[in-house]
Design a protein around this ligand. Structure first.
Ligand code: ADP
Ligand code: MG
Length: 348
């Protein structure tokens, strides 16, 4: 439904998008995820036709809309657009905002607008003007307006970043279901990994204009292809090590690695990969070691325990995250073992 092939885009000497190839199928939600300035919005604007394509090919609904010779204007591309600032028309009420881009008789336009407003749950505000609506309601109206013509492709650029945290969770949830019901191919730009995990069937991680990894959220989280991806999905412990006899040596035992013997590596350990055992006992014959508790804090759904492993210059300060309430006393000793499923080795 949406396909970008080898798309490259420069602003002057700056290469904002670098050989980007990405497809989004019908009914699929793909999140383009990366830090601010990595080229996400540029890619979306190219797909929308808001920026003239310089290199590559863009197809929508099976048709070339941009290449070296073709440049279909945005209004003829059949895409629905939602931006962070919603861009509602202030002088039109909610119904007219949604009906604005629709063809047909006034009656059929009004009917379609009412139908989409009902789908996104703001039909009771049809007569209201945008300025009296909350941020969440405005977002829904913007979504309704984009969906009203029944586009095959929806492009959304940071659609939730204007909302405060509590509201954002609700609006995300509602938006996900509305998008899924629409059957459109959806590309959502975000810098927020939690949002991408929540919304996406697939996530495309971007850095400096290039795709780093594309996959299901579970694959990116559990099998990151690069240290950048592992780090992007949340705080992670780093231990410097060297590969010897097929493994990186850590205080918790060897972590298998296929990297070249002698390579200097970073062992990346998610906070939830450190398994803590009260009483400083490491069970069975599991590899592991002792650590002393520097501090323990309950953060709501999980507890964060700051640990010291070893001492002196080689000592490590690590963070462990344990579900629920687990608050060992400061300076007490705990046993620590490692979940290798959530431990990754990359060349330093
Ligand atoms: P993102 O959406 O990931 O934050 P953008 O696509 O907006 O990134 O920007 C990518 C890079 O291109 C940034 O370095 C940004 O400063 C630059 N850039 C974006 N738009 C323009 C423009 N119209 N002119 C010049 N530079 C731009
Ligand atoms: Mg952007």
């Amino acid at each position: 439904m949406l396909k970008l092939d080898h798309v490259t885009h420069h602003y002057g000497a700056l290469r904002a998008v670098d050989d980007l190839s990405l497809g989004v199928g019908p009914g699929e939600v793909v999140c383009l995820l990366g830090p601010s300035g990595c080229g996400k919005s540029t890619a979306l604007r190219l797909a929308a036709g808001l920026e003239r394509l310089q290199q590559g090919v863009i197809r929508l609904n099976g048709k070339i809309v941009a290449d070296a010779t073709v440049d279909t204007p945005p209004e003829d591309r059949g895409v629905g657009l939602v931006f962070q600032d919603y861009a509602l028309f202030p002088h039109l009420n909610v119904r007219d905002n949604v009906a604005f881009g629709l063809g047909g008789s006034s009656a059929s336009r009004g009917q379609r607008a009412a139908e989409v407003l009902r789908q996104v749950g703001v039909d009771e505000y049809a007569e209201a003007f945008p300025h009296v609506l909350s941020g969440g309601q405005q977002q829904r109206v913007a979504l309704a307006r984009a969906l009203a013509p029944g586009p095959g492709v929806m492009l959304l650029d940071e659609p939730f970043s204007g909302l405060d945290a509590r509201l954002r969770d609700q609006v995300r949830d509602a938006t996900l279901h509305v998008l899924k019901n629409s059957g459109a191919a959806c590309l959502i730009v975000t810098h927020d990994p939690d949002e991408a995990m929540f919304m996406a069937d697939r996530i495309a991680v971007m850095r400096d204009g290039r795709l780093v990894q594309v996959g299901a959220p579970v694959d990116l989280y559990c099998k990151p292809a690069a240290a950048f991806v592992a780090r992007f999905f949340g705080e992670i412990n780093t231990i410097h090590a060297r590969v010897e006899r097929g493994a990186a040596a850590t205080p918790f035992g060897p972590v298998p690695s296929a990297l070249v013997e002698g390579s200097a590596v970073d062992v990346l350990i998610r906070p939830e990969a450190l398994k803590l055992h009260p009483g400083a006992v490491v069970p069975g014959r599991a590899a592991g070691c002792q650590a002393s508790v520097i501090a323990a804090r309950m953060l709501g759904r999980s507890s964060l325990i700051h640990l010291a492993v070893g001492s002196g210059p080689a000592g490590l300060h690590l963070h462990a995250r344990v579900p629920g309430r687990f608050l060992p006393a400061e300076n007490s000793q705990v046993g620590v073992t490692l979940d290798l499923e959530q431990t990754f080795v990359f060349e330093r």
